[in-house]
Design a protein around this ligand. Structure first.
Ligand code: HEC
Ligand code: HEC
Length: 338
């Protein structure tokens, strides 16, 4: 009896150790103990005209803040933001997400917006993924990319958010399905040191910085059935989205013949600012509604950076019927040509 008891407790002990090892090497402990979060500070960002201008430029433009955090008219070309509703939040208009994802009202309305949040609560949300109330933000909010946002750009955005006209817009809170709700807790990472921006005289560095902040790679990389990006296919397109804007696959924007190797700077600027590639209109999910505000210099820097990407052969064409693609194992326009 004693021996049975002993081997049973060994058995349980070993099982326990295996469980610890499995958790440590797979999902880690964050889903159980909560996200990495640093304590809030009382820092306040000084308001300057330069910061207001730079903050606005990024907020409504390349950083996509207004794009996600505002209601849109999805029926019109470029999905313009509803009049007077900039930054007032929106239920994300996407199907195939785990739950209801809401981009909150960021305008300084004290009840439904950010009126009672401190500068550091906003800053920590933007670069480190912890909401004002301490919750882990669903990583559709691109805080993993914003980690590399310079301290000065971060300060500028917070200063601009504070200057938005307050809009009362009550929205539900995000409700994220189990188990994703817990798994995302391993994503946030504190930013502990200073973050510098790109060298203002280095076009490629500016391009890399802005491409990252605009999170082009998020939409332009195909994903598996768990929404995880497929390795080796960065910027190669074929991720399928459906929602208020219809159904569309992202384009291959690598410099391959199946991508945009035929583009020149002029065509790139036209596509990003107007949503037309010559006469072909682009789906409004592609945020040209935001990118129209970007300077030609910044867009040229992004184009120069995209030119340095590894060309990936992956044919995607939304004008053709969705068919199975053996490169990304999804169904998208022109998939059978791969
Ligand atoms: C791709 C869409 C998207 C973009 C781009 C985006 N956000 Fe968000 N943001 C979200 C979503 C969705 C949430 C809510 C996540 C959740 O509830 O788990 C969020 C949450 C936040 C929060 C936390 C609010 C709170 O409740 O504490 C802040 C602050 C914020 N975003 C600011 C910004 C700023 C500033 C930018 C631009 C620099 C930006 N966001 C860009 C989608 C986006
Ligand atoms: C929210 C998702 C999303 C983001 C973010 C995004 N795109 Fe797109 N983009 C798309 C989709 C979807 C299409 C395909 C539209 C269509 O075919 O109607 C597209 C199309 C394009 C095209 C047109 C290619 C062609 O067919 O000729 C270019 C160029 C492009 N994107 C570049 C970019 C760049 C550069 C960025 C970042 C600065 C970016 N996109 C960010 C979703 C996105």
């Amino acid at each position: 009896m004693q021996r049975v008891g002993k081997s049973l407790s060994y058995g349980i002990g070993i099982l326990f150790l295996v469980l610890i090892a499995v958790i440590s090497f797979t999902i880690g402990w964050r889903p159980f103990i909560g996200p990495k979060a640093r304590p809030l500070t009382s820092r306040k960002f000084e308001v300057t005209p330069q910061r207001l201008q730079r903050g606005k430029y990024l907020f409504i433009g390349l950083a996509g803040c207004a794009g996600c955090h505002s209601p849109h008219d999805w029926k019109s070309h470029g999905a313009p933001i509803l009049e007077g509703a900039e930054g007032s939040g929106e239920v994300m208009p996407l199907n195939d997400v785990p739950g209801t994802i809401v981009a909150p009202n960021l305008t300084p309305d004290p009840e439904t917006g950010s009126g009672t949040w401190t500068d550091d609560q906003l800053a920590r949300s933007i670069r480190e993924g912890i909401g004002h109330d301490g919750r882990t933000l669903f990583p559709m909010m691109p805080y993993e990319r914003f980690r590399t946002m310079s301290d000065e750009d971060l300060a500028s955005i917070v200063v601009y958010v504070r200057s938005l006209p307050a809009v009362r817009n009550p929205l539900p809170k995000s409700s994220i399905a189990f188990p994703v709700k817990y798994l995302i807790r391993s994503v946030p990472e504190p930013v502990n040191g200073p973050v510098a921006g790109p060298d203002p005289n280095n076009q490629l560095q500016i391009g890399a910085y802005l491409t990252n902040i605009a999170d082009c790679v998020f939409c332009h990389t195909p994903v598996d059935s768990h929404q995880q990006p497929l390795p080796g296919l960065d910027f190669a397109g074929g991720q399928v989205f459906s929602g208020a804007f219809g159904r569309v696959a992202s384009a291959n924007i690598t410099p391959d013949a199946t991508g945009i190797s035929y583009y020149d700077e002029t065509l790139f600027l036209q596509a990003l600012k107007t949503g037309y590639v010559k006469a072909r209109p682009l789906n409004s999910l592609m945020p040209y509604g935001d990118y129209q505000y970007a300077t030609d210099g910044d867009l040229k820097a992004i184009f120069a950076y995209l030119r340095t990407l590894k060309p990936v052969k992956h044919y995607v064409d939304n004008s053709e019927a969705p068919t199975y693609c053996k490169v990304c194992k999804q169904k998208h326009g022109g998939g059978d040509r791969n």
